[in-house]
Design a protein around this ligand. Structure first.
Ligand SMILES: *Cc1c(COP(=O)(O)O)cnc(C)c1O
Length: 355
């Protein structure tokens, strides 16, 4: 049986033998007392890579983002955030539930950015009727789309001019940096805080790094404690993170190439496809999603069923795996596998544009 080609997310990666060895051999302490040497090494390394004063390791990106928002905002403050951004849409409303922060959600444009005139118009006047606008939160990459330095500089300049703090959800910031051929340090310069996942394309089993000033990170450490994220012998995770930063950053270019090849292959089958960094989005008619996902699974190709189907490449999917995925889509489209849900490429939905 062929190996599974798991395109559901880049979170599905398993620690490689080298990473497991690093975890096994990690020198450990109690990080709540601040004496886990491997955690300390990871945090120092992260601060250096991102060009910030300090860094803090979190169990998850959700918690890192929430701790960051809670460290920037007081109870009742407002954050300007994109309606498609993870912290607004996919973190169970934690910023409101636990942070008492009011989200002012603006639509993300097709390229993932916020219209800066709308951002400026959303800043509340100093008036007791209004929540105090405190923070601008952006995301990079967003839906796989990398946001370049030109836009970020304009957004940062606006925030600075209007006295807003800035947070970047950079869960996949290394994908953006590799895409632009730049460093995360250059891409993130000027933000007050950046959150970056080790557990996505970088291949660690868990862990997210938050970077900021020493004073900001001290506040975030308290928020992390409140949220239950202070861990003890966390060096086993930090060792995986250090390994990931050393071995798994430059190779993201391979994932991007694989995504481009997957997009080209699906497009050649007549499908409407969009692709950015390590993500491919393909339009599937709602009534055929389940049949497609089931047939792909029989071919050992795993996807999350959705009409705007997101396929994600990562370090556990290689080039032959991509070819197998394309073939499995092709078999479904031609109906060769005999499934009742077969789709022929002249079906009108195939030409429908997707976001
Ligand atoms: C995955 C993700 C997070 C949250 O990370 P978890 O570790 O899954 O909690 C936050 N923001 C973005 C953009 C993400 O993709």
């Amino acid at each position: 049986m062929n190996a599974v080609v798991d395109l559901r997310s880049d979170t599905v990666t398993r620690p490689s033998p080298g990473m497991r060895r690093a975890m096994l051999e990690a020198e450990l302490g109690d990080d709540v007392f601040g004496d886990d040497p491997t955690v300390n090494r990871l945090q120092e390394r992260a601060a250096e890579i991102f060009g910030f004063e300090a860094a803090l390791l979190f169990p998850s990106g959700t918690q890192s983002n929430l701790a960051a928002l809670m460290s920037h905002c007081q109870r009742g403050d407002e954050v300007i955030i994109g309606a498609e951004q993870h912290s607004y849409r996919y973190e169970a409303g934690g910023l409101a539930v636990l942070g008492s922060i009011n989200p002012r959600a603006l639509p993300n444009r097709a390229d993932g950015t916020l219209e800066l005139a709308q951002v400026e118009a959303a800043i509340n006047a100093d008036d007791p009727h209004f929540a105090r606008t405190r923070l601008l939160a952006l995301e990079n990459t967003i839906g796989g789309r990398p946001i370049g330095r030109d836009y970020l500089e304009q957004a940062l300049a606006l925030a600075r001019r209007r006295g807003l703090a800035t947070h970047l959800d950079g869960a996949r910031i290394f994908n953006a940096a590799v895409h632009f051929g730049t460093s995360v340090k250059a891409l993130c310069a000027g933000f007050d805080s950046v959150s970056s996942c080790l557990s996505k394309g970088l291949g660690a089993p868990a862990g997210t790094l938050l970077v900021g000033s020493r004073e900001f990170i001290a506040r975030a450490r308290r928020a992390r404690k409140i949220l239950g994220g202070a861990m003890r012998q966390a060096g086993v995770l930090a060792a995986a993170g250090l390994y990931a930063l050393e071995h798994n950053v430059e190779r993201l270019a391979v994932d991007h190439r694989n995504a481009t090849r997957l997009a080209d292959g699906l497009r050649a089958l007549g499908l409407a496809v969009e692709s950015h960094t390590n993500m491919v989005f393909v339009a599937v008619p709602a009534e055929r999603v389940a049949a497609l996902a089931a047939q792909l699974e029989k071919a050992n190709v795993l996807v999350l069923p959705a009409a705007r189907m997101r396929l994600v490449t990562h370090l556990d999917v290689d080039a032959p795996g991509i070819e197998r995925a394309i073939s499995a889509f092709g078999e479904f489209l031609s109906g060769n596998a005999g499934a009742p849900g077969g789709i022929r490429t002249h079906d009108p939905w195939l030409r429908r544009p997707i976001l």
